[in-house]
Write a protein that binds this ligand. Structure first.
Ligand code: IDP
Ligand code: MG
Length: 153
């Protein structure tokens, strides 16, 4: 089963949407393996957003991520990386489909509620970036037979 990283961005904390957004992932059937509040540093954000370093908005995106603490979560499930990206929706909240998190809660390309890892390789790197090994947990969920068929996991 895959594990993926989600960050509830400062805009989500400021707008009082923490419970709503976590609830989306939980209701979908993803399993929470770790969660903590942390205040991200500019150095960590430079690493995390390295793929945007040539963009004019690089510093602004990093500053927006450091307005207040964020909540980092690890979610587990079959195809969890793609499932979470689909739930998150398109980067620009104004274009994101209704029913997706960004489509339902965001009017912005920058203030778009969540970060979600974009591939399995990225997820592995990003989980190591934000969590120590002893902050992630594997445990049994009793509702598994209601969530998946035997041959799905
Ligand atoms: P993603 O979050 O959908 O994976 P990325 O292209 O990886 O999108 O960009 C990372 C984050 O940088 C976005 O979630 C958004 O907050 C911000 N961002 C991306 N493109 C723009 C832009 O054109 N203007 C302002 N912020 C942007
Ligand atoms: Mg991305």
């Amino acid at each position: 089963m895959e594990k993926t990283l989600v960050i509830l961005k400062p805009c989500t904390i400021q707008r009082g949407l923490i419970g709503e957004i976590i609830s989306r992932f939980e209701k979908k059937g993803l399993i929470l393996c770790g969660m903590k509040m942390t205040w991200l540093t500019d150095d960590l954000l430079s690493e995390h957003y390295a793929h945007l370093r040539e963009k004019s908005f690089f510093q602004r995106v990093k500053d927006a991520m450091a307005v207040c603490p964020v909540i980092v979560c690890c979610w587990k499930g079959v195809d969890a990386v793609q499932v979470v990206r689909t739930l998150a929706g398109a980067t620009n909240g104004r274009n994101a489909a209704p029913g997706t998190i960004r489509g339902d809660y965001s009017m912005s390309v920058q203030e778009n509620i969540v970060h979600a890892s974009d591939s399995l390789e990225t997820a592995e790197i990003e989980l190591k970036r934000f969590f120590n090994e002893d902050e992630l947990f594997d445990y049994k969920m009793n509702y598994f037979p209601s969530l998946y068929a035997n041959d799905e996991f």
